[in-house]
Write a protein that binds this ligand. Structure first.
Ligand SMILES: C[S@@+](CC[C@H](N)C(=O)[O-])C[C@H]1O[C@@H](n2cnc3c(N)ncnc32)[C@H](O)[C@@H]1O
Length: 297
Protein backbone atom coordinates (compact mmCIF):
# COMPACT_ATOMS: atom_id res chain seq x y z
CA UNK A 1 0.00 0.00 0.00
CA UNK A 2 1.48 3.37 -0.96
CA UNK A 3 1.93 6.05 1.68
CA UNK A 4 -0.56 8.22 -0.24
CA UNK A 5 -3.35 5.63 -0.12
CA UNK A 6 -2.55 4.87 3.51
CA UNK A 7 -3.05 8.52 4.38
CA UNK A 8 -6.36 8.48 2.53
CA UNK A 9 -7.61 5.39 4.32
CA UNK A 10 -6.63 6.63 7.74
CA UNK A 11 -8.18 9.95 6.95
CA UNK A 12 -11.52 8.54 5.81
CA UNK A 13 -11.51 6.34 8.90
CA UNK A 14 -11.82 9.55 10.89
CA UNK A 15 -15.36 9.86 9.56
CA UNK A 16 -16.44 6.31 10.28
CA UNK A 17 -15.93 5.79 14.00
CA UNK A 18 -18.88 4.29 15.72
CA UNK A 19 -20.34 7.62 16.80
CA UNK A 20 -24.04 6.97 17.07
CA UNK A 21 -24.73 10.03 19.15
CA UNK A 22 -27.53 12.27 17.97
CA UNK A 23 -25.21 15.21 18.68
CA UNK A 24 -23.28 14.97 15.39
CA UNK A 25 -26.49 15.25 13.42
CA UNK A 26 -27.76 18.04 15.69
CA UNK A 27 -24.51 19.89 14.98
CA UNK A 28 -24.98 19.46 11.23
CA UNK A 29 -28.56 20.73 11.50
CA UNK A 30 -27.38 23.81 13.40
CA UNK A 31 -24.57 24.35 10.89
CA UNK A 32 -26.99 24.13 7.98
CA UNK A 33 -29.24 26.84 9.35
CA UNK A 34 -26.25 29.04 10.19
CA UNK A 35 -24.96 28.62 6.64
CA UNK A 36 -28.41 29.56 5.38
CA UNK A 37 -28.48 32.66 7.62
CA UNK A 38 -25.16 33.62 6.02
CA UNK A 39 -25.85 32.79 2.36
CA UNK A 40 -29.57 33.43 2.12
CA UNK A 41 -29.87 30.82 -0.63
CA UNK A 42 -29.68 27.09 -1.25
CA UNK A 43 -28.56 27.55 -4.85
CA UNK A 44 -26.34 30.26 -6.26
CA UNK A 45 -28.08 32.87 -8.44
CA UNK A 46 -26.51 31.71 -11.73
CA UNK A 47 -27.40 28.08 -11.02
CA UNK A 48 -30.96 29.15 -10.18
CA UNK A 49 -31.25 30.91 -13.55
CA UNK A 50 -30.26 27.70 -15.36
CA UNK A 51 -33.03 25.61 -13.80
CA UNK A 52 -36.13 24.85 -15.85
CA UNK A 53 -39.12 22.70 -15.01
CA UNK A 54 -38.93 20.93 -18.39
CA UNK A 55 -37.17 17.81 -17.10
CA UNK A 56 -36.52 16.56 -13.54
CA UNK A 57 -33.54 18.33 -12.05
CA UNK A 58 -30.86 15.87 -10.89
CA UNK A 59 -28.79 17.00 -7.93
CA UNK A 60 -26.05 15.18 -5.99
CA UNK A 61 -24.79 16.26 -2.57
CA UNK A 62 -21.37 14.76 -1.75
CA UNK A 63 -20.65 14.13 1.93
CA UNK A 64 -24.30 14.93 2.61
CA UNK A 65 -24.22 14.27 6.39
CA UNK A 66 -27.84 14.01 7.52
CA UNK A 67 -29.15 15.22 4.13
CA UNK A 68 -30.52 18.51 5.46
CA UNK A 69 -29.42 20.56 2.44
CA UNK A 70 -31.18 18.15 0.06
CA UNK A 71 -34.39 17.91 2.08
CA UNK A 72 -34.60 21.72 2.26
CA UNK A 73 -33.91 21.96 -1.49
CA UNK A 74 -36.64 19.40 -2.08
CA UNK A 75 -39.20 21.60 -0.26
CA UNK A 76 -38.06 24.66 -2.20
CA UNK A 77 -38.32 22.92 -5.59
CA UNK A 78 -41.68 21.37 -4.71
CA UNK A 79 -43.02 24.81 -3.78
CA UNK A 80 -41.99 26.04 -7.23
CA UNK A 81 -43.44 23.01 -9.03
CA UNK A 82 -40.01 21.80 -10.19
CA UNK A 83 -39.64 18.03 -10.55
CA UNK A 84 -36.37 16.72 -9.11
CA UNK A 85 -34.31 13.70 -8.14
CA UNK A 86 -31.99 14.59 -5.26
CA UNK A 87 -29.30 12.11 -4.21
CA UNK A 88 -27.01 12.35 -1.18
CA UNK A 89 -23.82 10.32 -0.72
CA UNK A 90 -21.90 9.87 2.50
CA UNK A 91 -19.28 7.45 3.77
CA UNK A 92 -21.12 7.24 7.08
CA UNK A 93 -24.90 6.66 6.94
CA UNK A 94 -25.32 6.93 10.70
CA UNK A 95 -26.84 10.42 10.44
CA UNK A 96 -29.26 9.63 7.59
CA UNK A 97 -32.90 10.15 8.60
CA UNK A 98 -35.15 7.09 8.34
CA UNK A 99 -36.49 6.79 4.78
CA UNK A 100 -40.08 7.33 5.98
CA UNK A 101 -39.07 10.88 6.96
CA UNK A 102 -37.43 11.69 3.63
CA UNK A 103 -39.30 13.52 0.87
CA UNK A 104 -39.98 11.15 -2.10
CA UNK A 105 -37.53 13.07 -4.30
CA UNK A 106 -34.60 12.51 -1.88
CA UNK A 107 -32.50 9.38 -1.61
CA UNK A 108 -29.42 8.99 0.61
CA UNK A 109 -26.79 6.34 -0.05
CA UNK A 110 -23.65 5.13 1.67
CA UNK A 111 -20.66 5.73 -0.59
CA UNK A 112 -16.99 6.49 -0.02
CA UNK A 113 -16.67 8.99 -2.84
CA UNK A 114 -12.88 9.03 -2.63
CA UNK A 115 -12.13 5.32 -2.59
CA UNK A 116 -15.06 3.36 -3.99
CA UNK A 117 -15.81 2.96 -7.66
CA UNK A 118 -18.59 5.37 -8.55
CA UNK A 119 -21.83 3.70 -9.69
CA UNK A 120 -21.47 3.64 -13.50
CA UNK A 121 -25.17 4.38 -14.14
CA UNK A 122 -24.75 7.73 -12.33
CA UNK A 123 -21.78 9.01 -14.26
CA UNK A 124 -22.49 12.16 -16.26
CA UNK A 125 -26.08 12.33 -14.97
CA UNK A 126 -26.24 15.28 -12.58
CA UNK A 127 -27.23 18.86 -13.40
CA UNK A 128 -25.82 20.11 -10.10
CA UNK A 129 -23.28 18.72 -7.65
CA UNK A 130 -23.14 20.33 -4.21
CA UNK A 131 -20.13 20.17 -1.91
CA UNK A 132 -20.03 21.81 1.50
CA UNK A 133 -17.74 21.71 4.52
CA UNK A 134 -14.89 19.63 3.10
CA UNK A 135 -11.86 21.36 4.62
CA UNK A 136 -11.12 18.38 6.84
CA UNK A 137 -11.31 15.99 3.87
CA UNK A 138 -8.83 17.72 1.59
CA UNK A 139 -5.38 16.33 2.42
CA UNK A 140 -2.22 18.26 1.49
CA UNK A 141 -4.38 20.88 -0.24
CA UNK A 142 -5.06 18.38 -3.01
CA UNK A 143 -8.58 18.94 -4.33
CA UNK A 144 -8.03 16.78 -7.44
CA UNK A 145 -9.58 13.56 -6.01
CA UNK A 146 -12.76 15.39 -5.06
CA UNK A 147 -13.01 17.48 -8.24
CA UNK A 148 -12.51 14.31 -10.32
CA UNK A 149 -15.58 12.81 -8.62
CA UNK A 150 -17.54 16.01 -9.20
CA UNK A 151 -16.62 16.04 -12.90
CA UNK A 152 -17.48 12.34 -13.23
CA UNK A 153 -20.96 12.88 -11.75
CA UNK A 154 -21.82 16.07 -13.68
CA UNK A 155 -23.50 16.21 -17.08
CA UNK A 156 -21.62 18.37 -19.62
CA UNK A 157 -22.70 21.91 -18.75
CA UNK A 158 -23.68 20.86 -15.20
CA UNK A 159 -22.84 23.08 -12.23
CA UNK A 160 -20.64 22.58 -9.19
CA UNK A 161 -21.58 24.63 -6.12
CA UNK A 162 -18.90 24.39 -3.42
CA UNK A 163 -19.53 26.20 -0.12
CA UNK A 164 -16.54 26.25 2.20
CA UNK A 165 -15.53 27.56 5.58
CA UNK A 166 -12.04 29.10 5.35
CA UNK A 167 -10.51 27.42 8.42
CA UNK A 168 -7.40 29.60 8.14
CA UNK A 169 -9.55 32.53 9.13
CA UNK A 170 -10.63 31.23 12.56
CA UNK A 171 -10.76 34.09 15.04
CA UNK A 172 -11.17 34.10 18.81
CA UNK A 173 -12.79 37.31 20.06
CA UNK A 174 -13.35 38.50 23.58
CA UNK A 175 -16.23 40.89 24.40
CA UNK A 176 -13.93 43.06 26.53
CA UNK A 177 -10.20 43.43 27.28
CA UNK A 178 -10.75 41.97 30.76
CA UNK A 179 -12.45 38.77 29.57
CA UNK A 180 -9.89 36.03 29.15
CA UNK A 181 -9.81 33.95 25.95
CA UNK A 182 -6.65 31.95 26.69
CA UNK A 183 -8.27 28.49 26.70
CA UNK A 184 -10.21 29.18 23.48
CA UNK A 185 -7.01 30.34 21.78
CA UNK A 186 -5.07 27.37 23.11
CA UNK A 187 -7.61 24.75 22.01
CA UNK A 188 -7.97 26.41 18.60
CA UNK A 189 -4.18 26.36 18.15
CA UNK A 190 -4.02 22.71 19.30
CA UNK A 191 -6.64 21.71 16.77
CA UNK A 192 -4.80 23.61 14.04
CA UNK A 193 -1.57 21.77 14.92
CA UNK A 194 -3.30 18.36 14.91
CA UNK A 195 -4.93 19.10 11.57
CA UNK A 196 -1.67 20.34 10.06
CA UNK A 197 0.10 17.15 11.16
CA UNK A 198 -2.55 15.24 9.14
CA UNK A 199 -1.94 17.43 6.09
CA UNK A 200 -5.13 19.36 6.64
CA UNK A 201 -4.67 23.06 6.03
CA UNK A 202 -7.26 25.46 4.74
CA UNK A 203 -4.92 27.44 2.47
CA UNK A 204 -6.49 26.09 -0.73
CA UNK A 205 -9.91 27.60 0.05
CA UNK A 206 -8.71 31.10 -0.87
CA UNK A 207 -7.77 29.88 -4.35
CA UNK A 208 -10.64 27.46 -4.96
CA UNK A 209 -11.60 29.34 -8.12
CA UNK A 210 -8.06 28.75 -9.47
CA UNK A 211 -8.41 25.05 -8.60
CA UNK A 212 -11.64 24.89 -10.63
CA UNK A 213 -9.98 26.63 -13.58
CA UNK A 214 -7.04 24.22 -13.41
CA UNK A 215 -9.54 21.36 -13.58
CA UNK A 216 -11.04 22.91 -16.72
CA UNK A 217 -14.32 24.15 -15.23
CA UNK A 218 -16.03 26.91 -17.24
CA UNK A 219 -17.79 30.07 -16.01
CA UNK A 220 -15.91 29.95 -12.70
CA UNK A 221 -16.93 32.46 -10.04
CA UNK A 222 -15.98 32.77 -6.41
CA UNK A 223 -17.29 35.11 -3.74
CA UNK A 224 -17.56 35.42 0.02
CA UNK A 225 -20.47 36.03 2.37
CA UNK A 226 -19.83 37.59 5.77
CA UNK A 227 -21.33 35.84 8.77
CA UNK A 228 -23.88 37.81 10.78
CA UNK A 229 -22.61 39.02 14.15
CA UNK A 230 -25.83 37.88 15.80
CA UNK A 231 -24.91 34.30 14.74
CA UNK A 232 -21.40 34.35 16.24
CA UNK A 233 -22.53 32.68 19.46
CA UNK A 234 -24.30 29.89 17.57
CA UNK A 235 -21.24 29.39 15.30
CA UNK A 236 -19.19 29.13 18.51
CA UNK A 237 -21.58 26.52 19.91
CA UNK A 238 -21.29 24.56 16.66
CA UNK A 239 -17.49 24.69 16.89
CA UNK A 240 -17.57 23.61 20.55
CA UNK A 241 -19.57 20.55 19.52
CA UNK A 242 -16.77 19.60 17.08
CA UNK A 243 -14.18 20.05 19.82
CA UNK A 244 -16.24 17.93 22.21
CA UNK A 245 -16.55 15.11 19.64
CA UNK A 246 -12.79 15.14 19.10
CA UNK A 247 -12.12 14.05 22.70
CA UNK A 248 -12.96 10.51 21.58
CA UNK A 249 -9.91 10.44 19.33
CA UNK A 250 -7.34 11.09 22.07
CA UNK A 251 -6.00 8.20 24.19
CA UNK A 252 -6.78 8.30 27.89
CA UNK A 253 -3.90 8.86 30.33
CA UNK A 254 -4.19 5.19 31.28
CA UNK A 255 -3.97 4.03 27.64
CA UNK A 256 -0.97 6.22 26.79
CA UNK A 257 0.50 8.33 29.58
CA UNK A 258 3.13 9.74 27.15
CA UNK A 259 0.60 10.93 24.53
CA UNK A 260 1.18 14.58 23.52
CA UNK A 261 -2.49 15.22 24.33
CA UNK A 262 -4.50 12.84 26.47
CA UNK A 263 -8.28 12.72 26.52
CA UNK A 264 -8.30 14.10 30.06
CA UNK A 265 -6.06 17.04 29.09
CA UNK A 266 -8.30 17.80 26.10
CA UNK A 267 -11.46 17.61 28.24
CA UNK A 268 -9.94 19.95 30.81
CA UNK A 269 -8.96 22.49 28.16
CA UNK A 270 -12.37 22.11 26.52
CA UNK A 271 -14.11 22.77 29.83
CA UNK A 272 -12.06 25.97 30.32
CA UNK A 273 -12.86 27.03 26.76
CA UNK A 274 -16.58 26.51 27.35
CA UNK A 275 -16.27 28.62 30.52
CA UNK A 276 -14.80 31.47 28.47
CA UNK A 277 -17.54 31.26 25.84
CA UNK A 278 -20.11 31.56 28.65
CA UNK A 279 -18.44 34.92 29.38
CA UNK A 280 -19.00 36.03 25.79
CA UNK A 281 -15.88 34.81 23.98
CA UNK A 282 -16.70 33.75 20.41
CA UNK A 283 -14.77 31.53 18.00
CA UNK A 284 -15.74 31.74 14.36
CA UNK A 285 -14.57 32.17 10.79
CA UNK A 286 -15.58 35.56 9.53
CA UNK A 287 -17.10 34.42 6.26
CA UNK A 288 -18.06 31.56 3.95
CA UNK A 289 -16.57 31.10 0.49
CA UNK A 290 -18.67 30.01 -2.45
CA UNK A 291 -17.15 28.69 -5.66
CA UNK A 292 -19.25 27.90 -8.73
CA UNK A 293 -18.18 26.37 -12.02
CA UNK A 294 -19.60 24.43 -15.00
CA UNK A 295 -18.35 21.21 -16.50
CA UNK A 296 -17.33 21.98 -20.09
CA UNK A 297 -19.90 20.98 -22.72
C1 LIG B 1 -17.99 18.32 7.70
S1 LIG B 1 -19.22 17.16 7.27
C2 LIG B 1 -20.19 18.11 6.14
C3 LIG B 1 -21.58 17.57 5.97
C4 LIG B 1 -22.46 18.39 5.04
N1 LIG B 1 -21.87 18.53 3.73
C5 LIG B 1 -22.73 19.75 5.65
O1 LIG B 1 -22.15 20.73 5.20
O2 LIG B 1 -23.52 19.81 6.62
C6 LIG B 1 -18.35 16.08 6.18
C7 LIG B 1 -19.19 14.90 5.73
O3 LIG B 1 -18.47 14.19 4.72
C8 LIG B 1 -18.59 12.80 4.98
N2 LIG B 1 -17.42 12.12 4.38
C9 LIG B 1 -16.15 12.10 4.85
N3 LIG B 1 -15.35 11.40 4.02
C10 LIG B 1 -16.14 10.97 3.02
C11 LIG B 1 -15.91 10.17 1.87
N4 LIG B 1 -14.69 9.71 1.60
N5 LIG B 1 -16.96 9.87 1.07
C12 LIG B 1 -18.20 10.34 1.35
N6 LIG B 1 -18.48 11.11 2.42
C13 LIG B 1 -17.47 11.42 3.25
C14 LIG B 1 -18.65 12.69 6.51
O4 LIG B 1 -19.21 11.47 6.95
C15 LIG B 1 -19.50 13.91 6.85
O5 LIG B 1 -20.87 13.61 6.87
Amino acid sequence: MSPASLTKIEHSAYWTPNITSFKTSARLHLQHFLVQNTLGFLLDEEIEKSITASSPLRVADLGCGNGIWLTELSSELLRRGMPAQLDGYDINPVNFPHTVHLPPSVSLKKLDILLEELPSDLLGTYDIVHVQGFTSLVVNSNVTPLLSVVLAFLKPGGFLQWVEVPTDDLVVESPSPTTTKIACEKITESLKGIAQAQGIVGDWVASLDQCLLTHCFDSVRMYAKEKRQQDFQAWTEDYLMVLEELALFFPSRKQDPQAPITREAWEELFSDAVGETLQGVVVHQRKLSIAVGRKPT
